[in-house]
Design a protein around this ligand. Structure first.
Ligand code: NAI
Length: 262
């Protein structure tokens, strides 16, 4: 397997950069953690799930066949708890001495139609998908500002742009996150920090696997490219936005959805 990035002949410029990926233990986050490790980045997998987090570090090492000792670490984190996020960023600084890239990728769904949605379903999604992004950025950005550079990537969704039946809570969080992205791109730009969002369509991960087969088939047929996305499709977009090639992109929302409208 080539370790050279397809981005340009010099690679993505990620070698030795410290990248914090929330929700990095599975799905899109895992694919991203592996891809950044492949580019020679130092990766912090920040995830709630201890078992999956530890396994992710082992899998990356095995699948890439690289000696990654100390270069890919797991820090158990609940992004919805401020103290946990503060400890995460301290751990990243202690291990790698910098935070070059923050990918706010952790997210959950608790779907229900509005008339059946419980307060708990509403709050769980807002706490993790919206408050979590706020806390992580609030605690990572000062470290980036102190060095005059950094890249923040927020994971929105096609649902944040278009809405979706049964996802009031998720749509609110994913749309809110776009508002924060645009605000932070203005607030932090002059400190050398760029902030962008990625809005995936339907990507084949456990989150989507929970959907009924018939719904999935219908979804596939609606995508102009006639396939669902893969975690790697999104990971490549994260890598591009984190790379030197994207240095002048700030405040953008990149859709990765095969052309889908829902
Ligand atoms: P996933 O369910 O496979 O992975 C999410 C990860 O986040 C898990 O490892 C989980 O343990 C972790 N997590 C959950 N709560 C957490 C918390 N409080 N603190 C820290 N980590 C926590 O999900 P997937 O599909 O990889 O999604 C990743 C991101 O992409 C999410 O933000 C999701 O909303 C977004 N997205 C996914 C789409 C899809 O079709 N799969 C489409 C559009 C957006």
């Amino acid at each position: 397997m080539s370790l050279q990035s397809p981005i340009n002949e010099q690679g993505s410029g990620m070698k030795g950069k410290a990248v914090v990926i929330t929700g990095g233990a599975s799905g899109i986050g895992y694919a991203a953690a592996k891809r950044f490790a492949q580019e020679g980045a130092c990766v912090v997998i920040a995830d709630y799930n201890v078992e999956a987090g530890r396994l992710a570090v082992e899998r990356i090492q095995t699948e890439l066949g690289l000696q990654l000792e100390g270069k890919v670490i797991f820090v158990q984190t609940d992004v919805s708890v401020e103290e946990s996020v503060s400890a995460l960023m301290e751990a990243a600084m202690t291990q790698f001495g910098a935070i070059d890239v923050l990918i706010n990728n952790a997210g959950i769904t608790r779907d229900a139609m509005l008339l059946k949605m419980s307060t708990e379903q509403w709050q769980d999604v807002i706490n993790i998908n919206l408050n979590g992004v706020y806390y992580c950025t609030r605690y990572a950005a000062p470290h980036m500002a102190a060095r005059g550079k950094g890249k923040i990537i927020n994971t929105s969704s096609i649902v944040g742009l278009q809405g979706n039946i049964g996802q009031t809570n998720y749509a609110a969080a994913k749309a809110g996150l776009i508002g924060m992205t645009r605000t932070w791109s203005r607030e932090l730009g002059y400190k050398g920090i760029s902030v962008n969002a990625v809005a995936p369509g339907f990507i084949e991960t456990e989150m989507v696997a929970k959907m009924p087969g018939k719904v999935l088939e219908g979804m596939r047929a609606k995508v102009p490219l006639r396939r669902l996305g893969t975690p790697a499709d999104v990971a490549e977009t994260y890598l591009f936005l984190a790379s030197d090639a994207a240095d002048y992109i700030n405040g953008a929302v990149i859709e990765v959805n095969g052309g889908l409208s829902i």
